[in-house]
Design a protein around this ligand. Structure first.
Ligand SMILES: [Zn+2]
Length: 477
């Protein structure tokens, strides 16, 4: 049983990183892989470091519900639904896997009900691999975010003027979230009632949902958190990581989450600790600094210290992020961005159709200039929307508030992301990833421009007027 073996390993390893000794490290990781395979979960790296200076790797994640070729983008199905799309759409788009949300499904319709109805795969009629998050992210971010009118990822790259106006100590006071070593009490945004989540409950909910890969319960700090608070939260996350290993359903693969905000020593400590635990995969979460350069730095600190277990970057998924993350060795990404921005009129375009870092590879189809535009969203796109409809028609549907707009726009954006990842995988296989990245991103942008973009309206960093994403976005996944 993993649980008893896990406890033995915990006692033996403490904080020591097994990677300190290469034979032991191999033995440790092989042991985890054997146990993971026994529950139908395995990860195989097919190719790694295809060019100098690149850690991009090609792999296959196998689960009892099928396989996922990596690097891969995992669309988010917050409430057991990729918004506006159904099973037929997901199948025809070739969506290999989705990530559903523990917090929201626990509150609505309830994980016990989903268990009674046969689990999440049956409930949402999706038979591919399903990831679930731990629920901690929403429990923390929605409370704090609502009180400060920001949300967790919204603050991935916060506006410095705004950051200084929120005192760090206010992070500890909240009327909607109470955090203790035991867990988090939070006020539901649905019914106003108080609820409680801790590692044991999060593991039970995720077991009821029956997902293939689950996340350990963690505290996701805000980017506004100071060093002391981030350290305190990281230590709580490490304690909860061990409890999550103890209480999780041994038939589910479990990912540990590296926290530590944007402080190098904390990220390194969390990397060492999380890697030393018998998790089946490793996720990188939490605050990722003030801008995208900081995020790249954090990935550069963390990833070289990870072993061959699968790596997931939580909640990040802009076009440039995918390239930068893949290049640094990330295997899977999840983000609400493609479907969320689609519903707001932002539709992706390739470089051939004029997409670039400056326009974030998007057109705003609701803009007046597209009212009479007979061209498809992207003439180089083979999605069903582009094969049949014009920008002018989508402009009309958007302004007429026709429901079909949401589906057609979401189909295009998801198709774009999935094909982009497919071309990234092909390029790694051929050894041409760097060329593909240059083709898409071109020359590196000047730092100011890049920072401006990273703080502006962007993907999961979709912002409100002050550079912060409004917290209700978390309900709008
Ligand atoms: Zn299209």
């Amino acid at each position: 049983m993993l649980t008893s073996r896990a406890s033995e390993t915990l006692e033996n390893t403490h904080l020591k990183n097994p990677l300190d000794d290469s034979d032991k490290a191999r033995e440790f990781v092989d042991g985890i892989k054997d146990r993971a395979e026994a529950k139908g979960f395995s990860f195989q790296v097919l190719k790694e470091g295809e060019s100098k200076g690149s850690r991009a790797r090609l792999g296959i994640l196998r689960t009892l519900h099928g396989l996922v070729e990596t690097p891969c983008f995992v669309p988010v199905a917050t409430l057991a639904s990729v918004r506006s799309l159904d099973y037929i759409d997901l199948t025809s788009l070739g969506v290999p896997s989705v990530l559903a949300n523990t917090y929201h499904l626990h509150l609505r319709p309830g994980d016990e009900l989903i268990r009674k109805l046969g689990g999440l795969h049956k409930f949402m009629a999706f038979d591919g691999p399903i990831f679930t998050d731990s629920g901690g992210f929403q429990a923390f971010s929605l409370g704090f975010g609502r009180e400060h009118n920001i949300s967790k990822i919204g603050g991935v790259f916060p506006d410095p003027d705004r950051s200084s106006s929120i005192k760090a100590h206010s992070l500890r006071r909240s009327n909607l979230t109470k955090i203790t070593g035991e867990g988090v009490h939070f006020k539901s945004l649905h019914d106003g009632g108080w609820h409680f989540l801790n590692p044991e409950i999060s593991m039970r909910i995720q077991s009821n949902l029956g997902s293939d890969a689950i996340m350990a319960f963690d505290e996701c700090t805000s980017p506004l958190s100071d060093y002391d608070y981030t350290k305190e939260a990281m230590e709580r996350t490490h304690m909860w990581a061990q409890q999550s290993l103890k209480f999780h359903n041994p038939n589910q693969a479990i990912y540990g989450i590296i926290q530590g905000g944007w402080f190098e020593d904390l990220r390194m400590e969390s990397t060492e600790f999380t890697s030393s635990q018998p998790f089946d995969g490793i996720a990188i979460g939490g605050s990722l600094g003030e801008n995208k350069q900081d995020m790249h730095k954090i990935l550069d600190w963390v990833i070289p210290n990870l072993d061959s277990r699968p790596r997931h970057l939580l909640g990040i998924g802009d076009v440039d992020d995918l390239f930068e993350g893949v290049e640094r060795g990330i295997d899977t990404f999840d983000c609400v961005s493609p479907t969320r921005i689609a519903r707001r009129g932002s539709l992706y375009i390739t470089p051939q159709a004029g997409g670039c870092q400056k326009n974030k590879f998007r057109i705003d189809v609701k803009a007046l200039k597209f009212k009479e535009d007979p061209r498809p969203i992207d003439p180089y796109c083979s999605c069903p929307t582009c094969q049949r409809y014009s920008r002018a028609y989508l402009w009309h549907l958007y302004h007429a508030k026709e429901l079909s707009y949401f589906r057609l726009a979401s189909i295009h954006n998801l198709h774009f992301m999935l094909r982009l990842m497919e071309s990234i995988r092909e390029s790694i296989a051929k050894g041409t990833f760097r060329e593909l990245k240059d083709h898409w991103l071109g020359k590196a942008l000047p730092r100011e421009t890049s920072e401006e973009i990273s703080r502006g309206k962007s993907g999961c960093n979709e912002s409100g007027p002050n550079g912060y994403r409004v917290c209700d976005d978390d309900l709008d996944a």
